[in-house]
Design a protein around this ligand. Structure first.
Ligand SMILES: C[S@@+](CC[C@H](N)C(=O)[O-])C[C@H]1O[C@@H](n2cnc3c(N)ncnc32)[C@H](O)[C@@H]1O
Length: 313
């Protein structure tokens, strides 16, 4: 089966990465390898690409679609969090651009059979990396009611978090919750179909499914940890570009970029700096970039995308 994904903001991403021949780029979230293929095209004839994805399906697809450029490509089935180790395996100290296009591919949502979508009846798995240990089924059937409610609130911003958690705990006493449909049906019994004037109705299970997926894959922790050292892996003038899809991710990226751009974190009334932190980047997206209206109509999955980028000094 072919791998389904439509790359978001392709032109903006490629121009923001400033792809040039002879340079080295990292795509930390290969997905359907659409951005990766563009990076290779723009850095012809000798630019190199290091492609990473924690989902083996994405790597299998990338091997196939990037085959014509395989001399310039290094692929890793891994977490982008391990980029430093990956670079040292390749004896590369630093690269000229890093791209993260966070979240799920259309393929994971529609074809993986891992329960990412509340529209399907599939095992409640939600692991991007099927070698990792904890599944969504484990979380739903094991977490205490209070922990479930906190998860749905903190990682899904679900305001019905407590009644949903209560219902889940009651339901699992009757029977283990094993599938995405079982869970979606339980949520639908609690949450009314939201009607917001002027806005599209969202499915009642949207936020809980998002929170679960984020938790299973430790998405926020991985992103935060990576941003602490990512700039060290860039050459001067190198760029870090991040596409995010929800406010929690975007907040992490925005705050990290602001800290790196500012350097010193001492209180403003200190006579001189004692923290020793220095400005290491210039923010290239003072105003966050979003997809055009045309793109959001052609590819509705792109509608909440935000692109932010920095350049290492
Ligand atoms: C939105 S898709 C990327 C699409 C891609 N840019 C394209 O043009 O086709 C996100 C991909 O990132 C992968 N991913 C998410 N978090 C990851 C992580 N921490 N490390 C490695 N891959 C990750 C997912 O498995 C998924 O394949």
């Amino acid at each position: 089966m072919s791998y389904r994904h439509v790359s978001v903001m392709p032109n903006e991403v490629i121009s923001m990465l400033n792809c040039r021949p002879g340079k080295i780029y990292v795509d930390g979230t290969l997905g359907g390898a659409g951005h990766a293929a563009l990076i290779l095209e723009k850095s012809k004839p000798d630019g190199r690409l290091i492609g990473i994805d924690q989902d083996e399906d994405a790597i299998r697809n990338a091997v196939r679609v990037l085959d014509h450029e395989k001399q310039r490509v290094h692929l890793f089935h891994d977490n982008y969090f391990h980029l430093k180790d990956i670079l040292s395996q390749l004896t590369i100290d630093a690269v000229d651009g890093i791209l993260l296009d966070l979240g799920l591919s259309l393929n994971q949502l529609e074809n993986s059979g891992r329960g990412f979508s509340f529209m399907r009846d599939e095992p409640l798995d939600m692991r991007m990396n099927t070698q990792s240990e904890v599944t969504a089924e484990d979380i739903i059937n094991r977490y205490e009611e209070k922990s479930l409610a906190s998860l749905f609130w903190e990682k899904g911003e679900e305001r019905w978090s407590r009644p949903i958690a209560k219902k889940i705990v009651a339901a699992r006493k009757q029977d283990r919750i094993r599938t995405s449909k079982q869970l979606a049906d339980i949520i639908c019994e609690v949450v009314p179909f939201e009607k917001r004037p002027g806005k599209k109705r969202i499915h009642p299970a949207t936020k809980v499914f998002m929170a679960l997926r984020i938790q299973v894959n430790q998405e926020l922790e991985v992103l935060e940890g990576f941003l602490e050292t990512a700039v060290d892996l860039l050459n001067p003038g190198g760029r870090l570009c991040i596409l995010s899809f929800h406010s929690l991710e975007d907040r992490i990226v925005k705050q990290a970029f602001r800290r790196l751009d500012k350097g010193c974190t001492c209180p403003s009334d200190f006579p001189h700096c004692v923290c020793g932190k220095e400005k290491t980047v210039n923010v290239l997206t003072r105003k966050v970039r979003k997809p055009s209206e045309v793109e959001t109509i052609e590819n509705p999955m792109s509608r909440s995308t935000k692109l932010r980028a920095v350049e290492k000094i």
